[in-house]
Design a protein around this ligand. Structure first.
Ligand code: NAD
Length: 295
């Protein structure tokens, strides 16, 4: 059995790492937040004192960190993965980060003979726990094949292209989700304003063409006023920042994405950074002076 290293045992990383242990892999873990490690040690993981130490004790290293700067620091920084690796190891970065940063990190690792896959996920904490995440993978096919069983312990991996393609696919995913949630909120507000109960509207349309995972998951949150996360507005803004940076780089017009980004920024300015992204409903409620919540 390959020895695995796992860096970043937060909301997502912890259940993903537990699934790897359940699948029988020996696991060494590291997180700058030592509290996040305690539960993993109780779950039979070994804890390391740096990213470098994780790399020196593993065949394959997995990172699940917030964004590009944290991945750059953990992999390329002082006491980072790159200081502990040897030839023919592999890094799988499962964080959602900028595709250009994935490519930069891969290039630096290549100089040491280390392969990399970018493998961001979709599905949230619940699917991380059940091991059913959608995993979008970029990298060489032979490296993907070597790592497939490991990824399958956490979800369903699909190879979409070369290094960076997984992150591009995740940006596409986050764009569709953001615009879809905004569409659900905008349309339910119209229904409510016209005097029709949003829950009944939801029941009537969820099986038709307007139906979607976003409508099913976020619609009830909106008419119940239930905005605990889930997926935080702050994280979605981070992803849309990466979307818009990439679209500017490629001269791609994304007017809807830019609009929804401004709505989310407004919510952050109002102090809602840590609410679920279904709280886009609050933006429309304020705009229209009406609440979707049933009285
Ligand atoms: P989180 O903040 O809960 O976890 C990140 C962990 O990384 C934390 O425990 C933090 O202490 C640790 N960390 C930060 N910098 C570090 C460093 N330099 N070295 C070691 N550890 C470090 O975040 P999360 O919700 O688990 O998200 C992780 C990634 O997954 C993000 O890119 C996010 O966008 C993506 N994602 C999240 C969800 C979700 O529903 N939460 C869904 C899909 C994808």
């Amino acid at each position: 059995m390959k020895k695995l290293g796992f860096i970043g045992t937060g909301i997502m990383g912890k259940p993903m790492a537990k699934n790897l242990i359940d699948a029988g892999y020996p696991l060494v873990v590291y997180d700058i937040n030592h509290k996040a490690l305690e539960e993993m040690v109780d779950y039979n993981a070994k804890s390391a004192s740096s990213c470098k130490e994780v790399a020196s004790q593993s065949d394959i290293i997995i990172t699940m960190l917030p964004n590009s700067p944290e991945v750059e620091k953990a992999v390329l920084g002082k006491d980072g993965v790159i200081e502990g690796v040897k030839r023919s190891q592999t890094l799988i970065d499962m964080s959602s980060i900028a595709p250009l940063v994935s490519q930069k990190v891969a290039k630096e690792l290549e100089k040491k003979g280390v392969d990399m896959l970018d493998a961001p996920v979709s599905g949230g904490q619940e699917k991380a726990q059940s091991g059913t995440l959608a995993i979008m993978v970029g990298g060489k096919e032979e490296v993907f094949k070597q790592c497939k069983a490991i990824l399958e312990a956490m979800g369903k991996p699909i190879l979409v292209g070369d290094i960076g393609a997984g992150q591009i696919t995740k940006l596409v995913n986050q764009t569709i989700v953001a615009i879809n949630i905004a569409a659900v909120a905008e349309a339910l507000i119209l229904g409510k304003k016209a005097g029709v109960n949003p829950q009944r509207i939801f029941e009537a349309i969820k099986g038709g063409l307007a139906g979607s995972q976003c409508l099913t998951d976020k619609g009830p949150r909106m008419f119940q006023g239930r905005f605990n996360p889930g997926f935080r507005i702050g994280l979605h803004v981070k992803d849309l920042n990466n979307v818009l940076a990439t679209s500017r780089e490629l001269h791609t017009a994304m007017p809807l994405c830019a609009q929804v980004m401004e709505m989310m920024q407004t919510l952050m300015a109002e102090g809602h950074t840590d609410l679920d992204h279904g709280s886009l409903a609050l933006f429309y409620e304020k705009l229209n002076g009406i609440s979707l919540k049933e009285e």
